[in-house]
Design a binder for this molecule. Structure first.
Ligand code: ADP
Ligand code: MG
Length: 692
């Protein structure tokens, strides 16, 4: 139930004065459907409306002048604007008005009248102009122009000034609320109250007031983070309360491990122990294993699946693509089957009688492990007793899909595996509701991939060496980035490169790109995996996790365009077998200093976590890690990649404390926190990010 105090903020934007049927859709597009969304708009700059001389007019600046109207140049056709030439003793400029009200404008602002005008100055070939001044008033009405004005985002048909009016009106509707922040913490950070913070946001007095680092802005960001962390902590606590099968460590798993030709790394041992502690507790597990490609996540998950099978239950292992599902199947089916654990592979390719047979085996419980793609979600797929769902590369799976899978069992234990290294500082924002195990140690005996950067001008040399290597039996990936606005142009670039390589290397060059039908893509990937192709040209989509042990060369074109984490993952495609591997990062010179540093890190280390952390350091704000695509929360105020990074851990601790002491949010602060949560709607919003 939404607290009554929030009703005015959850009213539709049409409840704001001046927002009618024409404006409402525009404002909704800009802000959102309710008053709260308008209240949460942020001004991006501040203008001071102090008159200046026309001689000081500067292109692109919002400026104010006192002028005399010298002439009118009426529109000759409907499509043409009305122009007015205005001047002061130091210069002149043209005002431009589009639209139907030309006659009225001519009457309101006759030739010879003195006016104060304020708006954005634009320099054009034919002279200096101002299109639709924000203000145009007689000198005696100067008071109508605010001295200082916050500038809001605008949209076609809805100028920034109107947006500001609506934001200020939304502010009027914002009630004083009981403090939900810990008093000592708020005092230490010099946080104003929530209402004061918003008032300051919408009435900035200095540039500093617009800064995300100012106390009032940090307060709003912290409110948002706390609301989110609290929702996550609650979800985690709730899930823990749900009973789930108790699963014990098994002899089967011990035997499987004894048969493996290697010993677990310490990190794998730790991850398995953490998973087993969860599985034995009788509460639902929600755990994420994070670790670089090849760090041994899948074999850890296999042991957990063996434990489940030994107890009579079933597991499902889901992969985002057919080829990955197949590879997982190949990795785990042998060791499991050797110890009488039945495994099937279920993908879109299974049809007819063969498929029916697999479904029967799953439904009867004869088969204990199903590896597959989306095909595992089909309505007619039923498990006898699904107890563990393992999802590879979790961000590729939609929440709905995960939930459908879970609906097939009761309180299924959930284990996600991700090879996207997330810096520790950001872990909570993405996975606050999961427990995280990190595999931050590589199996021994891997030779690091020799990595070097080279300018595009040396592509000829790279191609020549590639030709020699291919002659010697090597396989290579060649990655072309998506760089232009148009996918077609990028595709063309990749096609051209593939043709060129065919000319130098021969017919064993294949091409995959995002526009290909999945089946066609799988076919090319499979040919490469089988060794029928020696070079695979790809537009970024080298499926995450694809294992081609014989591939030893990775070439990335325009490497400077990729996120570091992405480059790291691409590089992870090679160096998986016994042979020495290499990675060439081709760049378009000149490199910026930051780009140079970024490529340097890759040459120095292959620790994915360190790389991700450094990338974040180097690039600061912005979507440094390409996280936006991986379900990264869409915060209104918090910039967790930039100035509010330090607040995440505090909010996480705060949330855990609150859930520990006041799980029902019944205390005075707890009740205030309920209002906070409603305000940000994280509970509903969390659905988008929910992994279990
Ligand atoms: P991930 O799932 O993290 O990509 P996998 O579990 O698929 O990694 O392991 C990658 C490869 O490394 C597999 O061939 C696996 O058998 C092997 N492997 C896993 N753990 C070890 C280890 N501790 N020592 C040596 N090889 C290992
Ligand atoms: Mg893997």
């Amino acid at each position: 139930m939404r607290p009554e105090i929030l009703f005015p903020l959850f009213a539709p934007v049409t409840s704001l004065k001046g927002v009618g049927p024409r404006v409402a859709p525009l404002l909704e597009r800009l802000a959102g459907p309710i008053v709260r969304d308008v209240l949460f708009l942020k001004p991006h700059s501040l203008v001071r409306r102090t008159p200046a001389a026309l001689s000081a007019a500067t292109d692109g600046q919002v400026m104010t002048f006192e002028v005399v109207i010298e002439n009118h140049q009426p529109a000759r056709t409907k499509a043409q604007p009305l122009r007015m030439r205005v001047a002061d003793p130091t210069g002149f400029m043209t005002l431009v008005f589009f639209g139907r009200f030309a006659d009225q404008l001519e009457q309101r602002h006759p030739v010879g009248a003195r006016r104060i005008i304020s708006g954005k100055v634009e320099d054009r070939d034919f002279g200096r102009q101002m299109v639709h001044p924000d203000y145009m008033v007689a000198p005696e009405k100067r008071g109508e122009i605010p001295e200082l004005e916050a500038i809001y985002p605008a949209t076609e048909g809805l100028p920034a000034r109107r947006v500001r009016t609506f934001a200020l009106e939304a502010l009027e509707r914002a009630p004083e609320m009981s403090e939900w922040q810990d008093a000592a913490w708020a005092a230490r950070e010099r946080f104003p109250s929530w209402r004061e913070a918003l008032a300051r946001l919408h009435n900035p007095e200095t540039e500093a007031d617009l800064s995300p680092s100012s106390p009032h802005y940090r307060r709003l960001a912290y409110d948002e983070l706390l609301a989110q962390q609290l929702a996550m902590a609650q979800r985690k606590a709730e899930r823990r309360k749900e009973p789930a099968a108790r699963i014990a460590a098994s002899d089967t798993a011990a035997k499987i491990r004894a048969d493996l030709p290697f010993a677990f790394t310490g990190a794998q041992e730790r991850a398995l122990a953490e998973i087993r502690a969860d599985l034995a507790a009788g509460e639902r597990m929600s755990r994420l294993i994070q670790g670089d490609v090849g760090s041994g996540k899948t074999v850890v998950a296999m042991c957990a699946m063996a434990d489940v099978a030994a107890g009579g239950g079933q597991s499902a292992l889901m992969a985002p693509t057919e080829i990955l599902a197949r590879q997982h199947y190949e990795t785990i089916s042998g060791p499991l089957a050797d110890h009488s654990v039945g495994v099937i592979l279920l993908t879109g390719r299974d049809k007819g009688a063969a498929r029916a047979e697999k479904l029967r085996a799953l439904a009867s419980g004869a088969v204990k492990v199903a590896v597959g793609t989306h095909a595992l979600f089909q309505d007619d797929v039923a498990f006898h007793q699904l107890q563990l769902a393992v999802v590879d590369e979790q961000h590729r799976f939609g929440v709905a899909e995960r939930q459908r899978l879970q609906a097939k069992g009761w309180a299924t234990h959930f284990l996600a595996m991700s090879a996207t290294p997330i810096p520790r500082t950001l872990e909570l924002t993405l996975f606050g509701d999961l427990d995280v195990s990190r595999i931050d140690e590589k199996p021994p005996g891997r030779t690091p991939v020799a990595t070097r950067a080279a300018p595009m001008t040396r592509i000829g040399e790279v191609e020549a060496r590639l030709r020699d290597a291919v002659k010697g039996g090597a396989q290579a990936f060649w990655i072309c980035p998506l760089v232009s606005e148009s996918e077609l142009i990028d595709l063309k670039a990749a096609e051209t490169r593939a043709e060129e390589l065919k000319a130098t290397i021969g017919p064993s060059v294949g091409l995959v790109h995002g526009k290909m039908a999945p089946a066609a893509k799988d076919k090319v990937m499979a040919e490469f995996a089988d060794g029928r192709l020696s070079v695979l040209v790809a537009t970024t989509v080298v499926e995450v996790g694809v294992n081609v042990p014989n591939a030893t060369i990775m070439v990335v074109e325009q490497a400077e365009r990729f996120g570091l984490a992405q480059l790291h993952q691409l590089r992870g495609r090679v160096g998986r077998g016994r042979q020495e591997s290499s990675c060439v990062l081709l760049y378009d010179p000149p490199l910026s200093e930051t780009a140079q540093k970024r490529l340097d890190i890759l040459r120095r280390t292959d620790d994915g976590f360190l790389i991700a952390e450094t990338d974040l350091e180097l690039r600061g704000g912005g979507d440094a890690l390409g996280l936006k695509q991986s379900g990264f929360p869409d915060y209104v105020f918090a910039d967790v990649l930039g100035p509010h990074r330090d607040l995440i851990a505090v909010a996480g601790d705060d949330a855990r404390l609150i859930v520990g002491r006041d799980p029902e949010l019944k205390t005075e602060r707890g009740r205030a926190l309920q209002v906070l949560q409603e305000l940000f709607d994280w509970k509903a919003g969390l659905g988008l990010r929910d992994a279990g």
